[in-house]
Write a new protein. Structure first.
Length: 152
């Protein structure tokens, strides 16, 4: 990357997201509300309630509290294009950004491949400061354009 802006490493340390919290509560709350209108036995209804509550707990623990073993805590994008992931206390050097990464102003989904595993980092606008989020989107778009030019 030729610009002096790209000569600096980009460090991502996502925080908690109010938007993600609202989404998790709304989607799981909606699923629980739908159980009220289903014509099923009480045993099946209780089983479904248990599954929905467990799903909410696991997603909240991994995405909001970042306590899972395979949860990305910090990402460093070096100027040479290499990635370093801090995952649950261990550091993975040389992770590769997958081409199915999604970039939108309201949502960024970074998909990495490292050590024969896949890792995903979901970023919403309130998880990073606006300047870092803007720099990330610009660099990702620049990288996508350069990759497309190389394929031609």
């Amino acid at each position: 990357m030729s610009s002096s802006v790209y000569a600096q490493p980009l460090e991502l340390s996502p925080g908690r997201s109010r938007l993600l919290q609202l989404y998790l509560l709304a989607s799981h709350g909606g699923a629980l509300a739908l159980l009220l209108v289903l014509d099923i036995s009480v045993i099946y209804r209780m089983l479904l309630v248990l599954l929905i509550v467990c799903s909410l707990a696991v997603l909240y623990r991994n995405q909001q509290l970042r306590l899972g073993r395979r949860v990305i805590h910090q990402v460093l994008w070096r100027p040479d294009g290499s990635w370093r992931l801090d995952i649950g206390g261990s550091v993975i050097e040389g992770a590769v950004l997958c081409p199915d990464t999604f970039v939108h102003p309201w949502l960024i989904v970074l998909r990495f491949a490292a050590r024969r595993r896949g890792y995903t980092l979901v970023l919403l606008p309130d998880m990073l400061d606006p300047q870092t989020l803007r720099r990330l989107r610009v660099r990702l778009r620049h990288q996508a354009r350069c990759g497309a030019d190389k394929e031609k």
